[in-house]
Design a protein. Sequence first.
Length: 284
Amino acid sequence: GSGGFRKRKHDNFPHGQRREEKENVNPSSALMMSFKSFQLELDTRHDKYERLVKLSRDITIESKRTIFLLHRFTSAPNGEEILNESEAKLDAVRRKIKQVAQELIGEDMYQFHRAISPGLQEYVEAVSFQYFIKTRSLVSVEEINKQLIFTAEDREEITNTTSNSQDKQLHTWSLKVTPVDYLLGVADLTGELMRLCISSVGNGDIDTPFELSQFLRQIYDGFTFIGNTGPYEVSKKLYTLKQSLAKVENACYTLKVRGSEIPKHMLADVFSTKTELIDQDEGL
């Protein structure tokens, strides 16, 4: 009738018959073997993805610690010790990246790029920050990738009837930082340079803010050349880059106009106050 329930198609078959059909499935059939191989492949890929996510987190944490250490360079009595310690920390980060490269042997890196991208961006930020402190210039992506070429000796004993010898085969593998990860890391670098500017002024260094202002202006001009043709993440960070540049230029303006009026030990407080006012005006 009109008030009756509509029966589904599989309700025409008795419940016992459906159970018998499941029991009669041959697990060794070609179809079932194919699905089992698909399941194994997907599980293996998922496990590898999770391992890469954990390694990326470790790389991010160690890179942040290196950046925090480098910020002590302006106030430390011996800056060479800070640079040596930061180099040791970056070597530890590169050992983590080596494990990532080992996981990606024989794989398409772009299939796992989302898992490792945050760690690589933070590593680029740390390396470029250290490079700027040393050379007052920007490290290139080629120089970064040169440090991510790893080698290992694999000794295989070859049994021979005449003599016993060991053959050392040199294995080389690498992990390349993509241009997008490089650009995003450089964009994050500008925030650290802005903090370096404020801390330098607090320590009585008047020349560093003007160097940073010119350097950040060049980076900003380079990003504006990319414009809307670049990746979406790069355009998002362009606004933050502009804010960092504005804060550094404001610090230089204060130094140039009121530097002789304000005592050096009070300049950092003046800059922090002006920075808060800029953030409030921009709605940050």
